[in-house]
Ligand binder design. Structure first.
Ligand code: SAM
Length: 435
């Protein structure tokens, strides 16, 4: 009798690791924030503040009118939608423009032989122990990255930079590219912790007392080994997910969405129109891990992200005219242009909704009949003028071929100082169904 015949379908499904065993049926206070993710296998690999919970994805799967067999996330981020889909037996399709995040997603979605991974870790450790201290390979990093005599501030102390370089050399020496990606991600997830800076929505700043904070090379090795061992245990314990296939598209979803093929639904959260640039937030990882090697590359990446920030001067496309709320908000923004912290904010907001419309129309073309889009979106505010994103989307929906099924507000975000104040901003789940 073949192995296949030994198990009935029921037996085989009981071998799968369920969504509940991944999340441990934890109680979450809100679906829209990844609070609590520091305890979730895979999600600890890189603390991704802007992620939503896997429970939100599960809610969308249960609540969708169509059965989901294939589901897309055009803004993959840390891969919450894709990974949750694998646990729920749905084939995920993900698009992500940031190459570090795309690798993070793929490292979570693939299947590994954990014995071989453990052997690769052994090789890395042995190589690092015999490596000579040098950070030659990091010579092309921006000048603020590594300690040097003529600088009074730097992100990495020199001994740590040398150790990062040795670790990267060791990873590059592995023959298996899937293993190389896996360990690069383990290193990537600890870079900020071993640096002299912290990063948040407002950018990068030096830690308090950074110049007296000391992380030794031994501590570096310990952190890297512990993180890697934990991740190996996690991929092993969760290797029998109901779906093991995935499609990852590395690139700009404004173009890539046209090539995804038929889908039953879309679950995602786009960047918000709040001047937050993910290229900035993940800049340390992008440079140190070698995804960026020139200012030109940095600019090109910024330009391929959604029009949600003003970090680079670019031609913003014109705002869609079909939403009164948007037209009014843009008029008000333009009238106070001189008071805005950046004069191009009105054009950025207009361009943001042009891009969002492009994505929703692109998804519409790929969705099966009555397929739904579940999107978590956030309001924004500049000089006291509110940009009500969910309301604007609801106005645009009929012009894009969708009916509005539901809008559910889930938590308030505090407006950043850049957005002109302390008032609370709304974050909402909007559900649209293909008409
Ligand atoms: C709010 S995050 C998504 C978080 C995700 N839902 C999660 O739970 O991890 C938005 C993501 O969109 C990505 N992004 C921005 N512009 C993009 C574009 N034009 N194409 C594809 N991805 C883009 C950013 O790099 C970021 O990772």
């Amino acid at each position: 009798m073949s192995t296949r015949q030994i198990y009935s379908n029921k037996d085989i499904s009981s071998l799968h690791i369920s969504f509940e065993s991944w999340t441990q049926k934890r109680a979450v206070s809100t679906l829209g924030s990844n609070v609590g993710s520091e305890k979730l296998p895979f999600q600890t690999w890189h603390h991704f503040k802007e992620a939503y919970t896997p429970e939100l994805v599960a809610k969308a799967v249960v609540g969708s009118k169509r059965d989901l067999l294939r589901c897309v996330d055009p803004f993959g981020g840390s891969g919450t939608t894709a990974l949750t889909c694998q646990f729920l037996g749905i084939e995920p399709v993900t698009i992500e423009v940031n190459p570090y995040l795309a690798d993070l997603i793929e490292a979570k979605l693939c299947v590994y032989d954990s014995d071989n991974l453990a052997r690769s870790l052994g090789r890395i450790v042995r190589f690092m122990h015999s490596a000579k201290a040098s950070c030659k390979r990091l010579a092309g990093l921006p000048s603020t990255f590594i300690e040097s005599e003529n600088k009074d501030r730097w992100i990495f102390d020199r001994p740590i930079a040398n150790r990062i370089a040795a670790c990267l050399d060791a990873i590059d020496g592995l023959s298996n590219p899937v293993h190389r990606r896996f360990f690069r991600m383990q290193l990537g997830g600890m870079l900020i912790h071993i640096s002299n800076v912290v990063v948040n929505g407002k950018g990068r700043r030096y830690r308090q007392g950074w110049s007296t904070r000391f992380i030794s090379v031994e501590e570096f090795d310990k952190i890297f080994c512990e993180r890697s061992q934990k991740a190996i245990v996690e991929v092993h314990a969760h290797r029998f997910r109901k779906e093991k296939n995935y499609t990852l598209i590395r690139g700009d979803s404004r173009q890539a969405v046209a090539a995804i093929g038929e889908i039953d639904g879309a679950i995602f959260s786009p960047p918000y129109p709040n001047s937050f640039d993910y290229t900035d937030v993940y800049n340390v990882e992008l440079w140190v891990l070698g995804y960026l090697s020139s200012a030109h590359g940095n600019r090109a990446l910024r330009e391929s992200t959604l029009c949600s920030h003003v970090q680079v001067r670019r031609e913003f496309p014109s705002a869609p005219a079909e939403s009164n709320q948007l037209t009014m908000a843009l008029k008000r923004l333009t009238s106070v242009r001189g008071d805005l912290w950046n004069p191009w904010i009105p054009e950025m907001v207009g361009g943001y909704f042009y891009d969002i419309k492009l994505i929703f129309e692109g998804l519409h073309a790929q969705l099966a009949s009555e397929g739904e889009v579940w999107a978590v979106v956030g309001d924004s505010q500049y000089a006291g003028i509110l940009i009500p994103t969910a309301t604007i989307l609801a106005e645009l929906a009929p012009t894009m071929g969708y009916a509005v099924v539901n809008i559910e507000s889930f938590r308030s975000m505090r407006a950043s100082a850049q957005q002109g104040g302390q008032e609370k901003l709304d974050e909402a789940l909007i559900v649209l169904r293909k008409k």
